[in-house]
Design a protein around this ligand. Sequence first.
Ligand code: NAD
Length: 293
Amino acid sequence: MTRIAFIGLGNMGGPMAANLVKAGHDVVGFDLSHDMLKAAEATGVKAANVLTEALADAEAVVTMLPKGQHVLTVWTDILRSVPKGTLLIDSSTIDVDSARKAHAMAGDVGCLSLDAPVSGGTGGAAAGTLTFMAGGSTESFAGAKPLLEVMGRKIVHCGDAGAGQAAKICNNMILGISMIGVCEAFVLGEKLGLSHQALFDVASTSSGQCWSINTYCPVPGPVPTSPANTDYKPGFSAALMLKDLRLSQEAALSSGASTPLGAEAAQLYALFEKLGNGGRDFSAIIEMFREAE
Ligand code: NAD
């Protein structure tokens, strides 16, 4: 049993903390939202009224927060309170530069640190089947692995500080671009009188196959579990896709990488959000292409 402080008990953090409790760990949670704290308490997480209360005697700290600025602020406070050697794991999706800053801050006071963003969404968080992409030292990864294995099914050590965040945004840039490609193909197919099923049967078994068509098909019918069948209820919201595409473009700018399709995908999702679709599943962007005709 490990004594864990879990900071950020939202849509993802709440169920992740609950799985740590289920596995027998002693989890004390903190969230600025009283409602989220209460919901976590109902799953066996002990509620702390202030951050420092959650940190008392913690051997490991997990943060699951919205953005880089939140992580840097919270980690600054955490690192003031915890003893040397404490392991800090950040599972939020944040920019690579902030992730590297957070590692440096932890290193300065002798703490272990890991960036470990996830994919798999709220369903994966609840089921304990997330994929973790980790960046940090071998020692930090070894310490975190048993905890990550409770919350996830696949755990990949991607490299040093920031490598987990880098893998996450590269993967999601592929996803944003491929979803747009699949949506354009279905809209073209409709214009050409091709049935959704016929295009799916061909493309899902030919060179056009990818997760966006085979598993998450953006039209109703061919893949019964895809959000297209439930009026694009997320799933993975367009707002979160836009967030990740913007992170990819920040990283492209700061590293000098050329990502023209990533830039275009970010612009298209920004437009889609502006039209009031941020809360819908990201595959609903197919409707914007139909309407653009
Ligand atoms: P969320 O908004 O539901 O939860 C974030 C929680 O952090 C909130 O409850 C908020 O009150 C709390 N918080 C903010 N500042 C705080 C502070 N200073 N101290 C304590 N608590 C604080 O967000 P989420 O959906 O759980 O996502 C968390 C992270 O995981 C994000 O970076 C997101 O991009 C990433 N992510 C989300 C999904 C998803 O499907 N929701 C999937 C993969 C990754």
